[in-house]
Write a protein that binds this ligand. Structure first.
Ligand code: HAM
Length: 430
């Protein structure tokens, strides 16, 4: 038979043990921070009916057009491999709108599929933490989400200066459009242009901007003043005196009062998704070579209502595993990750049967993971193998050890060796 070398599909990753260990490290931080704030884990199928993404205001229009993995099942049903979790959790809340307890605090870590051009930080399959709160009014909900986002990034080892949390208000942008008397489709065109400003050449932006303002000098200057603002105080005066700006100021004040120094106002944060209604935010890696969003979200009050249930205030965010790992790598915050196996138990030739009781005893102790090496290779080879797998400790067991009950435990990081009985070993590892 001809041999075929098959590679994994473009834009996806195989997870060898060391890769999975790294991903689990990120998941553990995500889980522990979410649970600290009282969020409960949920999950759902990877396949969804196509209609879920065809709803008005259902998702990011560009994503629907270009990025969906769509398929038809054997009975002719149109399905989609989920590109994001937000429509799914909204569907789940709508289905039990009356029974759920509010505010409902949910988190999930789904794998998502998007037909993207694979590049740094963007793959076709990624895992994404979703944190969503249903039935809590905007300001409080968003403040809580920003705290969670901040704690997660700090959990990834970040220090001030390595990241920014950039927030904006879609309501404030709507207000700007109202002041400019911009109706649809111009209002949406302006938001899309602002959304893409940072990603397009300046000449292209200028050309599109000039087409939009069509020679109206007052409009041009108000938009430019709005886009240049880096704080509430720098907003154009006409906007500063609105309720929308007051709400933004309150959120910024809550963040600075609570030591969240990395939160800044950024009028360019728009979020392409059609469902966001109020505050929107993104967390940026400030490493210049990786200066991209690693987390994004906002308020999306309309989505549960769009699924036929009574509407409720909703907000949430998503954070990808690829960008989280890139962040730690680019900022040098990645710790040394040890194997989940605590002890590499090396059995010397002829001692396997006698060693079984000791192996059993260690495994029965609280949370000690033991891998047995009974290959009877040279001891140095066994230790090298444990070291290569990032197992921290090796235990050497021959007949003498079984008889005396004293074992040599070798710390493969420092090279130190200790002689102890099994109880002491278990205690030391704990
Ligand atoms: P999003 O901005 O598309 O939002 O994704 C959120 C984060 O997921 C991004 O900041 C990035 O870290 C990561 N991400 C997105 N696409 C990819 C990709 N192709 N490869 C690797 N990482 C990626 C949403 O998906 C919203 N549904 C989030 C949300 C939850 N809004 C409310 N609740």
């Amino acid at each position: 038979m001809a041999k075929v070398k098959v590679q994994n599909y473009k834009g996806t990753r195989d997870f060898y043990p060391e890769d999975k260990r790294l991903q689990k490290y990120v998941f553990n931080i995500w889980r522990s921070v979410c649970e600290r704030y009282g969020y409960e884990e949920v999950d759902a199928p990877m396949l969804e009916p196509l209609e879920l993404y065809q709803m008005k205001n259902g998702a990011n229009p560009d994503m629907i057009k270009d990025e969906l993995y769509a398929l038809t099942d054997k009975s002719g049903r149109d399905l989609v491999v989920r590109p994001e979790m937000t429509p799914t959790v909204s569907r789940m809340v709508a289905a039990r709108r009356q029974e759920l307890q509010y505010p409902a605090r949910w988190y999930s870590i789904p794998n998502l599929w998007r037909y993207e051009r694979p590049q740094k930080g963007r793959l076709r399959e990624h895992w994404q933490l979703n944190v969503d709160i249903f039935g809590q009014d905007g300001l409080q909900a968003v403040f809580e989400l920003l705290q969670i986002a901040n704690d997660i990034v700090v959990g990834l080892g970040a220090e001030t200066g390595m990241y920014t949390i950039r927030i904006n208000s879609r309501k404030l942008v709507n207000k700007l459009c109202e002041l400019l008397r911009l109706c649809e489709p111009e209002a949406s065109a302006l938001m899309q242009l602002i959304d893409k400003k940072a990603k397009m050449p300046i000449e292209e932006y200028d050309q599109k901007f000039n087409e939009l303002v069509d020679g109206d000098a007052a409009m041009k200057s108000l938009i430019n003043e709005f886009l240049a603002a880096t704080s509430y105080d720098e907003l154009p005066e006409e906007l500063r005196n609105t309720d929308e700006a007051a709400e933004l100021r309150q959120l910024l004040d809550s963040c600075s009062d609570n030591m969240m120094e990395s939160v800044v106002y950024d009028p360019l944060i728009m979020r392409g998704f059609d469902y966001y209604t109020g505050f929107v935010f993104e967390v940026f890696n400030e490493d210049l070579e990786n200066n991209r969003a690693m987390l994004g979200g906002g308020e999306y009050d309309g989505l549960v209502g769009a699924m036929g249930a009574e509407p409720l205030p909703t907000a949430g965010f998503g954070m990808g595993d690829v960008t989280a790992i890139d962040f730690m790598q680019s900022q040098g915050t990645l710790p040394e990750l040890w194997n989940e196996t605590d002890i590499y138990f090396v059995v010397l030739e002829g001692s396997l049967e006698a060693a079984q009781a000791a192996i059993r005893k260690l495994r029965q102790g609280p949370r000690i993971n033991v891998a047995v090496d009974s290959t009877y290779r040279k001891l140095s080879k066994c230790l090298e193998s444990a070291d290569k797998r990032k197992i921290r400790y090796a235990l050497i067991c021959g007949e003498n050890e079984v008889k005396s009950g004293q074992y040599q435990l070798k710390d493969l990081k420092t090279g130190e060796t200790f002689t102890m009985d099994l109880d002491k070993i278990a205690q030391a590892l704990r």
